[in-house]
Design a protein around this ligand. Structure first.
Ligand SMILES: [Ca+2]
Ligand SMILES: [Ca+2]
Length: 131
C-alpha cells in the first residue's frame, strides 16, 4: 500500500478546491461567478455601462438584488455583480452564462424558499408539514 501517493492525490485535490472559496481582492472577478455580460446587454438599454433602477425594473429583475448592488448610487454595473460571489445554482442550465431569465427564476425559487430576498408579498404560503 503506497500511503504517500494517496496523500499526494488528496492534497492536490484540496489544492484545486481551495482557491474557489478563497476570498480574493475586490478588483478581481469573484471566482466561479457565471458570466453576467448577457444580463448587462439585455438590461442596459442605453448602453452607458450602468443599469439604472428603471432599466433593472424594466427587465423584470428582482429589486432586492438591485438594492444590494447599487450602494446608494442609483445604478448597478457589471463589476458590482462580479465582485460579489454569485449564489450557487443561479446559472440554471450551468452553461457558465447568467441570463435575465435565470436571474428571475432563481430569485423566485429563493423567495419561495424564504431565502435571501424574503417571501414575496402575496406569494404562495409555505408548504404545510405533512410527514
Ligand atoms: Ca443604462
Ligand atoms: Ca445559463
Amino acid at each position: 500500500m503506497n500511503k504517500t501517493t494517496r496523500l499526494i492525490a488528496h492534497v492536490s485535490l484540496l489544492a484545486t478546491l481551495v482557491p474557489l472559496s478563497a476570498h480574493s481582492s475586490d478588483s478581481e472577478r469573484a471566482a466561479g461567478n457565471p458570466d453576467f455580460s448577457k444580463v448587462t446587454a439585455a438590461v442596459d438599454k442605453n448602453s452607458d455601462g450602468k443599469m439604472s433602477r428603471s432599466e433593472w425594473q424594466g427587465a423584470g429583475l428582482p429589486m432586492s438584488s438591485f438594492n444590494m448592488f447599487e450602494s446608494g448610487r442609483g445604478y448597478v454595473t457589471q463589476k458590482d455583480y462580479e465582485v460579489n460571489p454569485a449564489p450557487g445554482g443561479i446559472d440554471g442550465d450551468g452553461d457558465g452564462f447568467l441570463t435575465v431569465e435565470e436571474f428571475i427564476e432563481f430569485d423566485k425559487k429563493m423567495s419561495a424558499a424564504g431565502g435571501p430576498g424574503g417571501p414575496p408579498p402575496g406569494g404562495p404560503p409555505p408548504r404545510p408539514k405533512d410527514q
